[in-house]
Design a protein around this ligand. Structure first.
Ligand code: SAM
Ligand code: DTB
Ligand code: SF4
Length: 335
């Protein structure tokens, strides 16, 4: 049967049902990729990928028990615990990221939530990042409305806070906070008009329905997140999820494609886990509508592809780095 040629590009919707999402996942692969690529081309340059660079500004000893995370104090992953980085170290890393072509600099802290004193230090860091002409993004755990206001005043561009998986599976992965805690922080960020970066992790042993439900949660937020990171679980020894059955790469690509179809104007980031992906798999992810990556040899604490490997892949695919990829208003209005 031929793929229907109508309704390929979905309007911006916040009323997705699981039945509809399951139908997208169940499409023949070529039909799904065609729909995703058609959607992608409606709103984006199909050969441009936005580049973000990550820096862990406070590493390890986190009180939370996220089963995937090497930074939880509960798992002996051999990670050196570090205090909040000095400002000059952040400046040097931001300058390096800028020189390597990044347009956004993302700083992550292994906190359940920041103290007000630590938040003031992070605010200084946002200042040095912005001085380099880079967009700023931070991920610091849960925030109060007052804290989001301070971050907005500091000129923060993006806040990363992932829903990670479906509400049901979340309870099996993390016990020290609730899904509603995550939704509350996202609401605080949105209320201060800071761009939302929110996605999840695939390959944690979740069922296909959990992946569909994660995407439903993301797309049915009051606004689609401007940026949607899709992480493949990085399995770290001594974390509870170490040894989980590996996800079929085709299922991962399908997830990227369904995210693109459901959130047409959001930037979809092919995030953690790329060292476990072949070049062909990454190429399929770009074809499915992924248009952002983390660039640089380290994610927060785990390896990312070497820079020359990534630039080689971009050259082979004719992909160019593009700092203008992310549109920045309600539901990413620029079209
Ligand atoms: N502590 C803050 C929090 O959890 O929101 C910010 C830092 S935390 C490391 C940021 C995100 O990294 C998590 O929400 C999760 O999605 C992702 N992450 C952590 N460990 C990961 C892993 N092993 N594989 C893939 N993604 C991971
Ligand atoms: C996101 O979704 N992925 C990044 C970023 N946001 C902060 C983090 C990936 C972390 C992978 C495990 C590590 O390096 O510690
Ligand atoms: Fe802590 Fe964030 Fe890791 Fe969870 S994901 S253990 S909150 S650093």
């Amino acid at each position: 049967m031929k793929a229907p040629m109508t309704d390929l590009v979905q309007p911006i919707r916040h009323d997705w049902t699981l039945v509809e999402i399951k139908a997208l996942f169940d499409l023949p692969f070529n039909d799904l990729l065609f729909q995703a690529q058609t959607t992608h081309r409606r709103y984006f340059d199909a050969n441009a990928v936005q580049i973000s660079t990550l820096l862990s500004i406070k590493t390890g000893a986190c009180p939370e028990d996220c089963s995937y995370c090497p930074q939880s104090a509960r798992y002996d992953t051999g990670l050196e615990r570090e205090r909040l980085l000095p400002l000059e170290q952040v400046r040097a890393a931001a300058m390096n990221a800028k020189a390597n072509g990044a347009s956004r600099f993302c700083m992550g802290a292994a906190w359940r939530n920041p103290t007000d004193k630590n938040l003031d230090k992070v605010i200084e860091m946002i200042g040095v990042v912005r001085e380099q002409g880079l967009e700023s993004c931070v991920t610091l755990g849960m925030l109060t409305r007052e804290q989001t206001r301070k971050l907005k005043d500091a000129g923060l561009d993006y806040y990363n806070h992932n829903l990670d998986t479906s509400p049901d599976y979340y309870r099996e992965i993390i016990t020290t906070r609730t899904y509603q805690d995550r939704l509350d922080t996202l609401e605080n960020v949105r209320a201060e008009d800071i761009n939302v970066c929110c996605g999840g992790i695939i390959g944690m042993g979740e069922k296909p329905l959990d992946r569909a439900e994660l995407l439903r949660q993301l797309a049915n937020l009051p606004e689609h997140p401007q940026s949607v990171p899709i992480n493949l679980l990085v399995q770290v020894e001594n974390t509870p999820l170490y040894g989980t059955d590996k996800l079929d790469p085709i299922d991962f690509v399908r997830c990227i494609a369904v995210a693109r179809v459901m959130m047409p104007k959001s930037v979809v980031r092919l995030s953690a886990g790329r060292t476990d992906m072949s070049e062909e798999m990454q190429a399929l992810c770009f074809l499915a509508g992924a248009n952002s990556i983390f660039y640089g040899e380290l994610l927060l604490t785990t390896p990312n592809p070497e820079e020359n490997v990534d630039s080689g892949l971009f050259d082979k695919l004719g992909i160019v780095a593009n700092g203008e990829q992310e549109s920045v208003s309600g539901d990413n209005a620029a079209a």
